[in-house]
Design a protein around this ligand. Structure first.
Ligand code: ATP
Ligand code: MG
Length: 553
């Protein structure tokens, strides 16, 4: 089945119907981030949906910064957002916009509402306005200013704009229905006074439109056909439609809601991520443990894996939590077929081959990929002393342990069989060296058949590398349940080990990912190019397979 024939999600179905029925000739969507933090995996879902639909239908998708709220750091966040969207593989072409580009039009439309008796200036305090809003069971209370003459509201609104009043002295409210069952229709505030410079419009404005007013009208100005947003805006749709209805807009976008992406063992909210960053609990927004796009990029996730993941998650109205293991499995599945293999020992234990000629060395041949002969082979140095994983030796092994133990024989992958003759310990009793003998006949698969095969690197040839092993940032699948999510940080989310790796790795393209056999997928840390530091992209063990197996039994 080709992708075009695949069953469509409900939004793609609406879009297809609108094209087929002639409602639209061309689809225009938008991704509208607020530049108040870095993008995370939830945003990736919205980006893939909006840019994806535009690409699939030959339409266009706008990147629009929702910058109605003047905040300081905006510029840094905006640049990071652009970089992240591009990295994810999408392009807005010339369609980069800002809600602030529309401040003049939005202001004119606000006056239009006033002139038509659809908006009024309310001089009550914000607290009082909130109190009078009522509740789900109780109607709201009308403001004493609700029926003031149009000319009076217009005059006050113009003076608000001219800077005559202090912050909070008055607001502009849409005049809709204080008894509406939908609280968003109870005369919502659409403009407020804020004597604060804006990064793009400077000191030009001291009144700013509220999100609900700016957002839908920006959609209309850009002739967006389908305004896709998350479910929390479902209750805002009647207001969205009311505003479009009552304004001289050039287009009537349709708002459609879908469920947010939530991931287990993490948080996907810029505000919550910001706390982690500000309190120094992580290494900035691009900490590899964060679900931010920049964190996933630094960690070594390929963007196509994130796109594939979003495709698997799909688009529904069902509110659920997606297993982070599905994301990890997708990364693994993306990397496995294309990623060359190398040998690396993360926690080295020295193994000396006592019957191997001193001063001698040789190379052994290893395939770069077990499933893809076209990736070729390489020669690896082998000698009298090698390092193996400390965890590949046990003093008192349980049954069915096929790795090294006193008297046991294993294969050093691609090289020889070795038998453990002697265990050397330090004064504290820690194993510091294994003394073994090898079978010279067993090179490259000859000799006795043994059950255990372990990996190794030559002690003489290997180079040192720092390896960073990441685990979930939180120690429970639902960190937001049960108190403050910061109380559920996993203290072992980062483990740094001093590894020994195949010498050739030092000369490889730093962006190249490798599978370190039996350990996982790794890539050099782009933030520390001067040192040999590897981030573990993802481990080999497949937690997702376990979850699926469990679900079946
Ligand atoms: P946050 O809670 O992280 O601040 P937000 O919704 O306030 O998220 P925006 O910058 O306003 O962040 O979001 C831009 C777009 O991304 C919106 O259309 C929003 O609906 C969508 N989006 C945000 N978070 C998610 C998510 N977890 N899943 C899917 N879409 C999301
Ligand atoms: Mg928001």
């Amino acid at each position: 089945m080709s992708d075009a024939d695949a069953p469509k999600d409900f939004i793609r179905q609406i879009v297809a119907d609108d094209l087929e029925g002639g409602r639209h000739q061309r689809i225009i969507t938008r991704f509208p981030p607020e530049p108040n933090g870095f993008l995370h995996v939830g945003h990736a879902k919205a980006i893939c949906l909006n840019f994806g639909i535009a690409a699939e239908t030959g339409g266009q998708c706008h990147l629009r910064f929702d910058d109605t709220n003047p905040v300081k750091e905006e510029e840094e966040y905006a640049r990071a957002i652009e970089e992240d969207v591009r990295w994810l593989g999408f392009d807005w072409g010339e369609h980069l916009y800002h809600a602030s580009d529309y401040f003049d039009t939005l202001y004119a439309w606000a006056e239009h509402l006033v002139e038509n008796g659809n908006a009024y200036v309310d001089e009550q305090s914000p607290d009082l306005i909130r109190e009078q809003r009522g509740s789900l069971t109780e109607a709201g209370q009308e403001s004493p200013h609700r029926d003031r003459p149009t000319a009076e509201s217009l005059d006050l609104f113009r003076r608000m704009k001219a800077g005559e009043f202090a912050d909070g002295a008055m607001v502009l409210r849409a005049r809709i229905d204080m008894a509406s069952p939908n609280l968003n229709l109870r005369d919502p505030v659409i403009y407020r006074i804020l004597h604060q410079a804006h990064p793009r419009t400077g000191d030009r404005w001291c009144i700013y439109p509220m999100y609900d007013f700016a957002h839908g009208q920006s959609d209309a100005i850009e002739c967006i056909t389908h305004s896709l947003c998350t479910l929390e805006f479902e209750n805002h749709r009647p207001l969205y439609d009311w505003l479009v209805e009552h304004l001289p807009v050039p287009a009537r976008p349709r708002q459609i809601e879908f469920s947010r992406l939530n991931l287990s063992f993490t948080v996907t909210s810029k505000r919550k991520l910001l706390r982690l960053v500000e309190q120094g609990l992580v290494d900035g927004w691009s900490d590899p443990r964060l679900p931010t796009l920049s964190g996933m990029r630094r960690r070594g996730y390929p963007p196509e894996a994130i796109r594939d993941f979003c495709h698997k998650v799909g688009v529904t109205k069902y509110e659920g939590v997606t297993e982070v293991a599905l994301l990890e499995a997708t990364v693994r599945d993306t990397l496995n077929p294309v990623t060359p293999r190398r040998l690396a020992v993360l926690r080295p234990l020295k193994l000396v081959i006592t019957n191997y000629p001193e001063g001698h060395s040789e190379t052994v041949e290893a395939p770069n990929h077990p499933g893809d002969a076209e990736m070729g082979t390489r020669q690896i140095a082998f000698g009298r002393e090698v390092y193996i994983e400390a965890s590949d030796f046990m003093q008192d092994p349980p049954k069915k342990y096929f790795r090294l133990a006193p008297g046991a024989e294993v294969r050093l992958r691609y090289a020889y069989n070795v038998t453990c003759d002697e265990v050397v310990r330090d004064t504290a009793g820690e194993v510091i060296e294994l003394r073994c003998s090898y079978d010279p006949e067993s090179k490259g698969g000859g000799g006795r058949k043994v059950k255990g095969i372990i990996h190794w690197v030559s002690a003489a040839a290997a180079v040192d590398a720092e390896v960073r092993l990441y685990d979930h940032l939180f120690n429970r699948p639902d960190p937001e349940q049960g108190g403050d999510y910061l109380d559920h940080l996993n203290p072992d989310s980062l483990e740094i080990v001093q590894a020994k790796v195949e010498a050739s790795l030092a000369d490889e393209d730093p962006l190249q990912r490798f599978q370190f056999e039996r350990s996982g997928y790794f890539r050099r840390d782009p933030q520390q190019p001067e040192r040999l530091v590897y981030n573990r992209v993802v481990a080999l063990r497949d937690g997702w397979a376990k979850i699926q197996a469990k679900a079946k039994t």
